[in-house]
Design a protein. Structure first.
Length: 311
């Protein structure tokens, strides 16, 4: 099995991925850690608690970053995920509460309790991972793997022409996290834009998800309308589920190894620039950062079929 901590800003596609993390028999979900991003952090925490309650699978939830490390927060536009993060559908009250521990402390404690075993899957801005490294740099050598939904190598951005939202929302945290030297795979838009979760796929998912079904289906309709208007196709990209798909079914993705730099300032902030390992450059600064793996593509239909079959 895969013991994971899932770091998230739910978020419509986050909710789909959380459902997978709660459902997949090979995933041992150790906890959800929350960050601002698609919504403010208290809403993200509320949604994480709600989703685990509806799935009748209680897991620890630890609240994390409320703002970026350095830059000023740009609140996410409410027309993408809705003001409540779940497509503005009416949501039931919650009974459970977050831990008193911060997300970063929860990550540090959990990784130290099971050295070499825990995979961090992060699908929001990366403040919690950056804060965890700062709290205890030793975790860099103790995680099993880090999987991040974020960035774009050749695909272009979704917030600016060059930047993907999770990296754009906190480029300084992303830079620290992506160059920390831990074993890491970046699942960015080059892969996630190949995957389209169509209305018929969601109908199958909702039918199998019990009390969670109406929340997944209702929030999907809102996200679908955004994609229709912004991208002109019928469906949505299940970005965050792709990070879990890579973890469980890596052969569905095309990957490359190399060095990565995050632009942290200026009009290109949030851009991720990749230097493949087999290229030599005169300026050796590019090859001095630790190696990581990036996704350059995905078998989109097979990834979506895996999501539907899991749920
Ligand atoms: C990422 O940004 C967020 O809006 C989504 O939840 C996903 O994590 C895609 O760029
Ligand atoms: Ca997300």
């Amino acid at each position: 099995g895969y013991p994971i901590i899932f770091d998230t800003d739910p978020g419509v596609d986050d909710a789909q991925a959380i459902a997978i993390a709660l459902t997949h028999p090979d995933i041992e979900l150790l906890g959800l850690t929350t960050t601002y991003g698609n919504v403010d952090v208290t809403t993200a925490t509320h949604n994480a608690l709600l989703l685990s309650e509806l799935a009748e699978h209680p897991v620890p939830v630890a609240q994390g970053a409320a703002v970026p490390l350095v830059k000023t927060r740009h609140p996410a536009p409410a027309h993408i995920h809705g003001a409540n993060g779940l497509g503005n559908i009416e949501l039931p009250d919650i009974q459970s509460q977050a831990l008193a521990t911060s997300a970063a402390q929860f990550i540090v404690d959990t990784v130290n309790a099971r050295p070499g075993e825990v995979t961090l899957v992060a699908v929001g801005p990366l403040g919690n991972l950056a804060a965890a490294i700062q709290l205890d740099p030793g975790i860099v050598d103790k995680v099993k793997h880090v999987v991040i939904m974020g960035g774009s190598i050749q695909e272009g951005g979704n917030v600016t022409p060059v930047a993907e939202a999770n990296i754009f929302n906190d480029p300084h945290a992303a830079s620290r996290t992506l160059t920390a030297g831990w074993p890491l795979t970046l699942v960015g838009l080059d892969a996630t834009h190949r995957c389209i979760l169509e209305p018929a796929d969601m109908a199958r998912i909702a039918a199998g998800q019990g009390a969670l079904g109406p929340v997944l289906a209702g929030s999907y309709e809102f996200y679908r309308a955004f994609y229709q208007q912004a991208r002109g196709f019928d469906g949505c990209c299940p970005h965050d589920s792709c990070a879990l798909a890579w973890l469980l079914e890596p052969e569905l993705f095309a990957t490359a190894r190399g060095h990565l730099t995050v632009v942290t300032e200026g009009i290109a902030e949030g851009q991720t620039i990749f230097a493949p390992e087999d290229r030599q450059f005169a300026d050796t600064r590019w090859s001095r950062t630790p190696m990581l793996e990036v996704c350059l593509g995905a078998n989109g239909r097979s990834v979506v079929d895996w999501i539907v079959d899991t749920l």
